[in-house]
Design a protein around this ligand. Structure first.
Ligand code: ATP
Ligand code: MG
Length: 418
């Protein structure tokens, strides 16, 4: 075979596509109930949008971005995540002028140049949500509850919802010092990336995936012990409200996020069935990001679900192609034309119709109808046309009914047979 998808990319074929559609439809319904509107953003953005927001020392910016020069010599990047693009749009279109909270959701592909492995792709899809303009932790609890509703609505069970607070600009200096004090004597054992991070952005060391670094940093002080009064109060209220909403969760003080823009609330949903790549969704608060993009100081919170990580968890339950409502078998040139017209008439009424285009035996046509999972079958011969009567066979119950050969009669019985 000559041509193949690029490494880390994949084609999504039917019938698997139906699972994607099921997930998207479920998410859309729940977003609607919570007042979230869809926003569609470009896949390509100016590189600095991501460098600025995700952070120069983050893994994404340092190693994972698809960045290149376009023909005009601009540095552009295929979006590695949705929030930075969203905030760019939020500021560009002055969406902050709408009554708060402004709530948006998006669905689409993201790109990260990572080492492909199970459940880790270079093009992957996220469903994400962003809620802007409200600092109150009730909004955090609400968005966390909405995320659990989406995941359970899709049919996922056995997930762990982990929540923490990672503090804000005010509590960070004290925490940074405490962390550096803890890491200092062990620094020589860390990877070279972490040694560099120690001075520029020590918090990033907590996110390093190198196994040695993971074990050496064990026992480092959790941010939760260093929260300022405001963050502490925010976190207490968040905990109260997630309990009030009966969201099953655990508090994980060791949770860190790989992007620099987060503050206060951070969360992650994991599944033990996925092995190493166990995060199915993640998110948090980013109260300083709009400001950073030149908009008025505006709090924000959001999350993103990784589609490729939830698909395998429900794959067996909905993996089926939808067969046509009706398959039309034809016998001879003249009847094919008749069937061709009828199919068009029925389709305009929303009936899914397939037919035989070439002259094949009735037996082979029936076999095809069966293979593609047609729910009803008719065969049109000269006789049927002459008499104005036709036999429709319900492929499920095998029941055969003789009816008038009109679109209206067919539609009626097809709907009854469903
Ligand atoms: P991980 O720790 O697995 O690298 P992350 O912290 O980089 O995840 P986020 O940036 O928080 O991931 O993205 C949110 C979600 O998007 C993740 O929880 C995961 O489900 C999904 N995701 C991230 N990177 C990939 C990828 N390369 N392939 C598939 N899904 C991904
Ligand atoms: Mg990652």
């Amino acid at each position: 075979m000559k041509y193949k998808t690029l490494k880390g990319l994949q084609d999504i074929l039917p019938p698997e596509v139906s699972i994607w559609q099921h997930i998207e439809a479920t998410a859309r319904d729940i977003f609607r109930a919570y007042g979230y509107q869809e926003i569609r953003l470009p896949i390509l953005e100016s590189t600095d949008i991501f460098v600025r927001s995700i952070g120069e020392t983050s893994d994404i910016v340092e190693k994972e971005m698809y960045t290149f020069q376009d023909k005009g010599g601009r540095s552009v990047t295929l979006r590695p995540e949705g929030t930075a693009s969203f905030v760019r749009a939020y500021v560009e279109h002055h969406l902050y002028n709408n009554p708060a909270p402004q709530k948006y959701y998006y669905m689409g592909p993201m790109f990260r140049y990572e080492r492909p492995q199970a459940y880790r792709y270079r093009q992957f899809y996220q469903i994400g949500a962003e809620a802007m303009g409200v600092e109150d932790p009730k909004l955090d609890a609400e968005i966390i509850s909405m995320l659990t509703k989406i995941l359970s609505g899709i049919g996922l069970a056995g997930l762990n919802f982990e929540i923490t607070s990672i503090g804000c600009k005010k509590c960070r200096p004290a925490y940074r010092d405490a962390l550096k004090n803890f890491l200092r004597e062990k620094l020589n054992s860390f990877c070279s990336d972490c040694q560099r991070r120690f001075d520029v952005n020590p918090l990033r060391i907590l996110d390093c995936k190198v196994p040695d670094c993971v074990s050496i940093r064990q026992g480092s002080p959790p941010v939760i012990d260093y929260l300022c009064a405001e963050c502490k109060e925010h976190f207490e209220s968040l905990k109260h409200h997630v309990i009030l909403l009966k969201v099953p969760h655990t508090i994980n003080p060791n949770l860190v996020r790989g992007l620099d823009y987060y503050n206060k609330t951070a969360f992650e949903v994991t599944s033990e069935s996925l092995g190493a790549q166990k995060a199915v969704a993640a998110g948090g608060r980013y109260d300083g990001l709009v400001d950073e993009f030149g908009g008025p100081p505006t709090p924000g919170i959001g999350f993103a679900i990784g589609m490729e990580r939830i698909i395998p968890l429900i794959k067996d339950s909905v993996n089926k192609t939808e067969g046509p409502d009706l398959f039309i078998c034809t016998l001879g040139e003249k009847t094919t034309e008749e069937a061709f017209l009828l199919a068009e008439q029925l389709r305009s009424q929303g009936i899914m119709v397939e037919m035989n285009y070439e002259l094949h035996s009735l037996k082979s046509q029936m076999r095809k109808a069966d293979r593609i999972g047609a729910r009803n079958v008719i065969s049109i011969g000269e006789d049927e046309i002459k008499k104005g009567l036709i036999v429709i066979k319900d492929m499920g119950s095998k029941k055969e009914t003789e009816i008038g050969f009109y679109a209206a009669e067919l539609i009626k019985i097809i709907r009854e047979n469903k």
